[in-house]
Design a protein around this ligand. Structure first.
Ligand SMILES: [Zn+2]
Length: 400
């Protein structure tokens, strides 16, 4: 997620960025009436009207809902990294899978901003061609904000005002995406990220997902909040929520993130998904990147009033287990599929454990060992202890 805020914040360390978020939240909590006033003024200044939740639902059922998928970072600024792999590579893969899922739904028109090769032509051309216009867009947005500020309506929004500095390349890309989305009547923007923090300086290990949404002052707040709640309800059935104290509550309002429409620059609803921390094993297990995309699709549907997906394991099944897998296997698709199958059958996480202790990860360690034992007991398999052996696979392949 780093570098996605206004340039001044992006130059600071991750610690500073999180503290800014923290203080921003405190401030919002103590000045809600003023924010409502600012919100009404912002909405009328920037757009003809708010994009309401009802309008989004109508667009969905009218088969014209446009969803813009923005894999976080790119091939120039890769975001954070773990063991030599940049966040941008993971987010591109999740984005590609998500595009494929949304494409299957006749009600949705998905647009992918970037894939693993880079920005798709439409956006690469747009950023180059529209650069002066994008700079102008940023200047105008800032000006409107300052006008509101001098009228007193927006003095309660310190982070967006305080952080403005000269635009970086990333700033232009992100505002460029907002501008494009406004021009093309995009309904929902989904930003895909993996989380991180200064691991060497901090002592604790964090994990779990979180969802960032616009500040209540912005015109796209209501729809973004609703979509985030819908996604959170689905994600929480399968993944741990972030245990970073500053992300308590899991859905975080942030006036500072350009991706969410800072300065009120985005009419579309926008959510920034931090699927988890980049070092969590599940992101190094290819199959589970596909799951991340599927859960996003699954989590969006209830918001439109559509029926929940029929098979919550459709991303996995059918699956064929062919090889013997033993304790100690890491980042392994067969293990990830096995854990997911046991989750579906109620054996995983093993009894007494949570998704935080025992995530679906692709790693075959104690959690999987315990769940495997329970599964084998239930099916009378006695001579394959600790091994995904022939009989166990046979049973699984019959069940799935
Ligand atoms: Zn990121």
């Amino acid at each position: 997620m780093w570098n996605s805020k206004e340039s001044n914040a992006a130059k600071m360390t991750g610690v500073a960025v999180f503290f800014l978020t923290f203080f921003g939240l405190l401030f919002v909590g103590s000045s809600l009436p003023l924010f409502s006033l600012a919100r009404a003024q912002l909405a009328s200044l920037f757009f003809a009207d708010d994009l309401t939740p009802q309008e989004i639902q109508e667009r969905y059922w009218g088969k014209e809902l446009t969803v813009l998928i923005v894999p976080g970072h790119d091939n120039v600024d890769g975001g954070t990294s773990y063991k030599g792999v940049y966040e941008a590579e993971y987010t591109a893969k999740i984005g590609e899978y998500l595009y494929d899922y949304l494409k299957q739904n006749a009600h949705i028109k998905p647009i992918l901003v970037r894939n693993r090769n880079g920005y798709v032509k439409e956006f690469a051309d747009y950023f180059a061609r529209e650069e002066p216009a994008i700079r102008n867009f940023i200047t105008q947005a800032r000006g409107r904000f300052q006008n509101l500020s001098s009228s007193g309506a927006v003095e309660t929004l310190p982070p967006p005002i305080a952080h403005i500095r000269a635009s970086s390349r990333t700033t232009k890309v992100l505002y460029g995406i907002n501008k494009w989305a406004n021009e093309r009547d995009v309904d929902i923007v989904i930003h895909i990220h993996l989380n991180d923090y200064p691991r060497k300086a901090w002592n604790t290990q964090y994990d779990g997902f979180s969802i960032y949404i616009p500040d209540p002052a912005f015109p796209n707040y209501a729809a973004s909040r609703g979509i985030a709640e819908s996604l959170k309800n689905t994600f929480a059935k399968y993944w741990a929520e972030s245990n970073l104290r500053l992300e308590e509550g899991t859905i975080i309002e942030d006036p500072d993130l350009i991706a969410l429409g800072s300065y009120g620059t985005l009419r579309a609803a926008s959510v920034l998904l931090e699927y988890g921390y980049i070092y969590e094993p599940r992101f190094q297990t290819e199959l589970l990147l596909k799951e991340a995309a599927f859960r996003t699709y699954q989590g969006l549907l209830p918001y439109f009033g559509d029926t929940v997906v029929k098979d919550e394991f459709a991303w996995l099944l059918p699956y064929e287990w062919e090889k013997t897998v033993r304790y100690g296997a890491l980042k392994n698709n067969d293990v990830a599929a096995f854990q997911s199958a046991l989750l579906k059958l109620g054996f995983y996480p093993p009894s007494g454990s949570t998704f935080r202790d025992c995530p679906v990860s692709g790693n075959f360690k104690d959690c999987t060992q315990k769940a495997l034992g329970a599964f084998q007991d239930a099916h009378g398999i006695v001579d394959e202890a600790g091994v995904l052996g022939y009989k166990t696979r046979q049973t699984l392949n019959t069940l799935f």
